[in-house]
Design a protein around this ligand. Sequence first.
Ligand SMILES: [Zn+2]
Length: 332
Amino acid sequence: MTDHAAEVDALPKAELHVHLEGTATPELVRRLARRNGVALPDGLFADEHTFAWTDFLDFLRAYDVAASTIRTALDYRDVTYEYLTACAAEGAVYVELIASLDHGALVGLGDAEHIAGIAQGIDDAHADHGIVGRIISSCVRNFGVPAAEDVARRTVALDHPYVVGFNMAGDEAGFPAPDFARAFAIVAEAGLGCSVHAGEHAGPESVRAALALPGVRRISHGVRAIEDPALVEELARRAIVLEVCPTSNVVLGVYSSYEAHPLPALRAAGVLVTLGSDDPPYFGTTIGREYRLAHERLGCDLAALAAITRTALDAGFARHLAVNLTDHLGDR
Ligand SMILES: [Zn+2]
């Protein structure tokens, strides 16, 4: 493919799949640790941009240690502001941040205070850089069904204009989706958009189960749907959007290389996809880098990348935005 790096960098981008605590860079985590008097273990960082870890369990350990430095509403404001600022510098116009009320509670932060900190970061980034951020509240499968229903109820109770969706992350293989139907019914009835992590560490059956949950219109990852042609056809027919994170999939070993990644095959089958960075400083990536990789190694020309941004803006859960974000795309 010809070299269009500058045009890819200039292209408007949108991101629907990134975990807020997983965006804090080593530099920011060091700053928060100093601010909050948290001691960091040796070997947490590979370099100033990337965390060090060896396997999936070690990744989760590093993530939890780094996330434990994020403690106050001001910390959440700073994490949000700095991530959205970095995204804006790469051309992003819209980002949905997956936030965990459970994490806030773990560090003693009330839900309202937690979300107020994130909202302040969103407002400040919008004022300074024009980027629009919104919040997806997420539960964790392996914390169990009652905990998920609790997060669902608390998310609805927040009734915050920036909290536009609900997601579920965690162990998809060990905790079947149908058990969580009530949690999703609670948020779907309140009008929140729903997405579920599925089809990453488990196969097509996990994607099917996620799609059967109330309100689900997007799947976080979903890439292993490719193993079932009938499911691929259904995703295309129902215009279900897959929030694909190629580098996350390659780094975590879901696929052995970018060349083995199913994004081109999914697109060819008519499945709607977006690009996300998942946990950028852990996977050595950014939203801009995912767009570049999709161009250089996953067969997406500039028109395809513009279509991916349009899909993300159309499938975004934000309502009543003051600006029409698709204007950024012009006639692309
Ligand atoms: Zn994720």
